[in-house]
Ligand binder design. Structure first.
Ligand SMILES: [Zn+2]
Length: 289
């Protein structure tokens, strides 16, 4: 299973104001990949207190991608993997709030907080803030840079695994008696058939569902085509894979519904965002009814 550390910086006190993200993947006892990006928040309102923490100014993010665009390449790993974060309720909250603000559906996320890990494995009177734990462990990093913070978070988990001789993060969590938290997605199950788009939601978007077609890579490398077909509850995505042909909302359809482009073969990532927004708008309308 993919395990990755996640860290956000925000422009102001709102959870949906992410202005930077850092990610660090771990496997085989080490950090194997790092990514960090600036994000243009929906409002260009930067609180002085937040700027003091991360040093990111409005001018730095004026040309950065918005939340949905910046996060699209990582939603697959975040959705299917185990997320590590230092004070995870904050970063998971930012992730969820950013998706909601972008009009995207919120998938379920599994996560583990490295503050909880550090308190059990590396306790100290000074506490278990990211900078303090990293200093105690000799992890060198630039605090409050999202990419560096995610890296430090990953290294704390790795140090705890070595300390407790745990084979992986799941074994570490079990040894420490720390449950892996499952944050369930939302909005609540719509009353309409799942995956169907309401007329009101469609009216808000320029493109008709019939124009949206996607090619997806299956687990064995096969190419499947996903497009809309008319159903009694409204247009619904149908996939040409085996499950899809039996009318099942297969994993290719589910990935597209949440804006996950990991297995997208067709060159239309922007259409995936549009689709996910249509479905998010539908769920919102249905949930408000
Ligand atoms: Zn499929």
């Amino acid at each position: 299973m993919t395990v990755l550390a996640l860290d956000f910086e925000t422009a102001n006190e709102r959870r949906d104001s992410a202005c930077a993200v850092g990610l660090a993947w771990i496997a085989d006892g080490r950090v194997i990949r790092r990514e960090s990006h600036l994000i243009r928040p929906p409002e260009m309102r930067f609180s002085p207190g937040n700027i003091r923490v991360h040093g990111i100014l409005p001018a730095n993010v004026a040309d950065a991608p918005d939340f949905a665009t910046a996060m699209a390449p990582y939603l697959g790993d975040l959705r299917r993997g185990l997320i590590l974060a230092h004070n995870a309720s904050f970063d998971i909250g930012v992730l969820r709030a950013g998706l909601v603000r972008a009009g995207l559906p919120v998938p379920d996320f599994s996560y583990l907080c490295t503050v909880q890990i550090a308190r059990r494995v590396f306790p100290a009177p000074e506490g278990c803030g990211l900078g303090k734990v990293a200093r105690r462990l000799g992890i060198r990093f630039e605090h409050h840079d999202a990419g560096e913070d995610a890296y430090a978070c990953a290294e704390i988990a790795l140090a705890a695994m070595r300390e407790r001789e745990a084979a992986d993060v799941h074994a570490l969590a079990a040894a420490l008696g720390l449950p892996i938290t499952r944050a369930t997605g939302g909005p609540a199950v719509p009353r309409r058939a799942p995956g169907a788009i309401s007329g009101r939601a469609m009216a808000a978007f320029p493109q008709t569902p019939a124009a949206l077609r996607f090619a997806m890579r299956g687990s064995t490398g096969n190419r499947y085509d996903v497009s809309f077909e008319e159903r009694p509850g409204g247009p619904q995505l149908r996939c040409t894979c085996t499950a899809g042909r039996f009318g099942v909302r297969c994993r290719h359809v589910k990935a597209l519904e949440v804006g996950d482009i990991t297995d997208l073969l067709s060159d239309n990532a922007a259409d995936v965002l549009l689709l996910a927004r249509m479905l998010g708008a539908k769920a919102h309308v249905a949930g408000a009814a």
